[in-house]
Ligand binder design. Structure first.
Ligand SMILES: O=C(O)c1ccc(O)c(O)c1
Ligand SMILES: [Mg+2]
Length: 604
């Protein structure tokens, strides 16, 4: 693979805002250039020359002007009008300083199914473009009326045989139709004028709707983009890698973080196809700790619950109001820095890496800069970055423990907790796909398949991101849409799930200790019995102790939750038997409804 970095380009359609917002965001994220969408220019008060200057000031080139639609295979009078329209657009392009225009395959009722005519007319267009020092890239839309595969667009371009006419490849149009990207290798690289990249979730729907609403940045969906791009690069193509993502959420999202999300996706893709990377993600060996940001009141409640769970308060931070609680390999920090009464949120999570400084380098290369931090002279130098939802992610070896001193014995015996199994973060709507990509590209976790389910307060999806050895797990949850003000009594709950050797025994002990265990209704156990035909005695025990149960093809999962503590935290004890790989997703709606009952009862 070439050691030369590719040009990184983003289509203005990917981002929200006016053209000024989009250009500023693209430049701030480090893009080299943009595909300028006509709509963005038409609504702008700036002249094309001013837009050109603005881009130059930001260090951006305009790599493509688009789209030009419904040009080819038309009767003579329509052709005349289309050529006139094209000349007007060439005028605009001249002022913009852009020499490449994208022409999409026609969807017009005026067009006829005639490749010879299409090629002849595109050749005419290419001649007009060439006379002005410009070129035309012809793109097969997946829903094009006659031309809807890249092979077909290439046949027409070959037939037209003009140096100013080439193909624009768009991964969405190829992969959404199940096209074979290997045939791309038969196109000479110099006839590939442009490469547009988009991923998408695997949906069974009309391809135009799929494309206009659901595209994702590479690495966020189900398409095999590394293979696709590998094929393109093998032709000798060395033009830009350009993101063209039509997505309803991104169109409304703050363009600055959206552009960073886009840039991360491109960097990850570059790595996957063999471009040099600044720093590979080092191996991880587990969760070092989870830190809860609390106020005094919620902090006391959480401390009490941790004690009931058998945690020991083993230390105090040397210079900050932070307590360390431990059991087995599980470590929780309570940081009493919150000012809002009742606050209890996951402020930070920490992963153990053999090489914290490489992890920090990796994060920086993936556009997640290390956060500034104040520390005392003797304290460990911990690097952390901000996840899209604001959670701080630390990279640690075990030296951080030296910052804590003093110890206290637990008032009650431990409950067989061995470590943190996973940290579950409810993502603000708009940040779900961005978060999965963040953990993948910055931290080196692998996204698992998305589970989608109906919950009391909306359709919800959950996706785990896990390191290759399964030692670090983060469960991301989010709603599919967010409309209106109606909301559950607990907004965006978060939890820490502790791995436990015997959840039933632990649940029994918790009940005896009067710990705030979440009550699970009888209907759930009746349904469990109907669905899974569990052993009688096991079912009795689960029911008596409010323990939830699930199984998959690998094994079984027992879990028990506490009530919500403070604003949005609960703890969970989980027991994986025989390689169960999930998070008890079928039980999530039961838990959500139970937490609402608990909250309403407490408020009531
Ligand atoms: O949806 C469209 O119309 C459209 C326009 C231009 C493109 O490059 C594309 O892939 C789709
Ligand atoms: Mg396209």
């Amino acid at each position: 693979m070439s050691a030369v970095e590719p040009r990184r380009v983003i289509a203005t359609v990917c981002l929200s805002g006016t053209l000024e917002d989009k250009l500023a965001a693209a430049a701030a994220a480090g893009f080299d250039g943009v595909e300028l969408f006509e709509n963005d220019l038409v609504v702008s008060a700036a002249s094309p020359a001013e837009i050109r200057q603005r881009c130059a000031d930001l260090g951006l080139t305009i790599d493509l002007y688009q789209p030009f639609r419904d040009f080819e295979a038309v009767p003579p009078d329509v052709l005349r009008a289309n050529l006139r329209r094209a000349e007007r657009k060439f005028d605009v392009m001249e002022q913009l300083g852009v020499d490449l225009v994208l022409v999409c395959s026609t969807v017009s009722p005026d067009a006829v199914d005639d490749d010879e005519l299409a090629a002849e007319q595109l050749r005419l267009l290419a001649e007009r473009a060439a006379a002005r020092g410009m070129r035309v890239a012809y793109e097969a839309l997946a829903w094009g009326r006659f031309v809807n595969t890249y092979e077909h667009s290439w046949r027409i371009v070959r037939r037209a045989d003009h140096p100013a006419l080439g193909v624009c490849l768009d991964s969405f149009h190829v992969l959404s139709r199940g096209g074979d990207p290997a045939l791309i290798r038969t196109i000479p690289g110099e006839k590939l004028f442009f490469l547009q990249l988009a991923d998408a979730p695997q949906l069974d729907m009309d391809v135009l709707q799929w494309s206009r609403h659901h595209r994702l940045f590479p690495g966020q969906g189900a398409f095999d983009l590394p293979t696709f791009v590998g094929n393109v690069l093998s032709t000798g193509y060395r033009g830009p890698l350009s993101l063209e993502v039509f997505n309803d959420v991104f169109r409304q999202a703050d363009p600055k973080p959206a552009a960073l999300d886009a840039m991360r996706s491109l960097r990850l893709l570059e790595e996957q196809v063999g471009f040099p990377v600044a720093a590979p993600a080092p191996e991880l060996s587990g969760h070092a700790f989870a830190e809860l940001t609390v106020d005094e009141v919620a902090g006391a409640k959480l401390a009490e619950t941790l004690a009931a769970l058998g945690f020991e308060r083993t230390g105090e931070h040397g210079s900050k109001p932070v307590q360390l609680w431990e059991q087995g390999g599980a470590r929780v920090l309570l940081n009493a820095k919150a000012e809002t009464p009742g606050t209890a949120v996951i402020g930070a999570l920490a992963v153990e890496t053999g090489d914290p400084s490489s992890s920090a380098l990796r994060a920086d290369a993936m556009h997640a800069p290390v956060l500034p931090r104040t520390r005392g002279p003797q304290e460990a130098n911990l690097a952390s970055v901000a996840a899209p939802d604001g959670t701080e992610v630390f990279f640690c070896s075990d030296s951080w423990l030296a910052d804590f001193s003093g110890a206290g014995a637990s008032p009650v015996p431990g409950l067989g907790i061995t470590g943190i199994d996973h940290v579950a973060l409810t993502q603000p709507f708009d940040h779900f796909d961005e978060a999965a990509l963040f953990y993948r590209s910055v931290v080196g976790l692998r996204p698992e398949p998305i589970a989608e389910y109906a919950a009391p307060f909306g359709m919800v999806r959950t996706r785990g991101v896990v390191d290759p050895t399964g030692s670090v797990r983060i469960a991301l949850t989010g709603t599919l849409v967010r409309r209106g003000e109606w909301a559950p009594a607990v907004r965006d709950p978060q939890h820490i799930a502790f791995a436990c050797e015997d959840v039933l025994a632990a649940a029994r002990a918790l009940r005896e200790r009067g710990a705030p265990v979440l009550r699970v209704p009888d209907n759930y156990y009746d349904d469990l019995d109907a669905r899974l035909d569990l052993d009688r005695e096991l079912l009795v025990q689960l029911r008596a102790n409010s323990v939830l149960y699930d199984r998959d093809e690998h094994g079984e999962y027992l879990h028990v939750c506490t009530e919500i503590l403070g604003s949005r935290i609960f703890f969970e004890l989980v027991q994986r038997i025989g390689g169960y790989a999930g998070y008890g997703v079928p039980n999530a709606p039961v838990r959500m409804a139970a937490h609402r009952r608990q909250r309403l009862a407490a408020d009531g």
